[in-house]
Design a protein around this ligand. Structure first.
Ligand SMILES: N[C@@H](CCC(=O)N[C@@H](CS)C(=O)NCC(=O)O)C(=O)O
Length: 231
């Protein structure tokens, strides 16, 4: 067991939640450090990339949720529960799901957070918890502008809102179809595929009152989200 595992995080980040779930899946105890409010300016000092999550394990620093998940499996092998299957075919499928969640599904999560005033206010509230009230306005402006700029360059931000909504529902239907035939996305056990996809969808479920019913009315998806949430 390492002496200390510290997750540097923003609570609202689905990537940070992915790492927290991966650590719980492996049964590893960890502490969290939050970069709320203007403390976010310190994130640039944690890694060259300047993004969270960053995991510190006994002084060794690992950046990026996927690199962290791979590192955890390599450094805490059996009897710790694994995040990636041993079978090469299944592992490839798991890694494709993981990358799809991180590189595509994430942008839907951002889209619905930034375009729903209620969800944006909640994001600001959580991102400023424990910080002076005066930090709320600059954080709100920075979040809204920063995320809108990112969505525009990624592409979703330039699409018609009804088209973005329809695309997300198509993705949900695909996941529902997969889960109507199996308990987990790949193979017979929870993997990082379930954790990565689930972390994006659970954040959508938590923040978007508009989309919550869409997740609830797909029974296989709703039951699977409960399984992903369980430790
Ligand atoms: N590929 C990275 C993505 C992490 C990421 O985009 N984190 C966001 C928070 S949800 C971030 O740090 N954004 C700050 C920025 O882009 O400057 C991972 O899987 O960890």
């Amino acid at each position: 067991m390492p002496a200390s595992i510290v997750l540097h995080q923003w609570e609202i980040s689905p990537f940070c939640q992915k790492v927290a779930r991966a650590l719980r899946h492996k049964g590893l105890a960890f502490e969290t450090v939050n970069y709320n409010g203007l403390l976010g300016a310190k994130v640039g000092r944690l890694s060259k990339v300047g993004k969270l999550p960053v995991l510190d394990v006994d002084g060794q620093s690992i950046q990026d949720s996927t690199r962290i998940a791979r590192w955890l499996d390599a450094n805490f092998p059996h009897p710790y529960p694994s995040l990636y299957p041993a079978d090469a075919q299944q592992r490839a499928q798991v890694e494709l799901w993981e990358d799809w969640a991180d590189e595509l599904l994430y942008w839907f999560e951002v889209y619905f957070r930034v375009n729903d005033p209620e969800a944006l206010d909640e994001a600001v509230r959580m991102s400023c918890a424990g910080r002076p009230a005066v930090e709320r306005l600059p954080i709100k402006l920075a979040l809204r502008l920063g995320l809108r700029l990112q969505l525009n360059s990624q592409g979703l931000g330039r699409m018609q809102p009804e088209d973005v909504g329809a695309e997300l529902l198509r993705h949900l239907d695909r996941i529902e179809t997969v889960l109507s035939h199996s308990v987990w996305l790949v193979g017979t056990a929870k993997t990082i595929a379930d954790i990565a996809v689930g972390s994006q969808l659970l954040e959508i479920q938590r923040t978007s009152s508009r989309l919550r019913p869409e997740l609830q009315r797909r029974p296989y998806l709703a039951a699977w989200l409960d399984r992903v949430k369980a430790p």
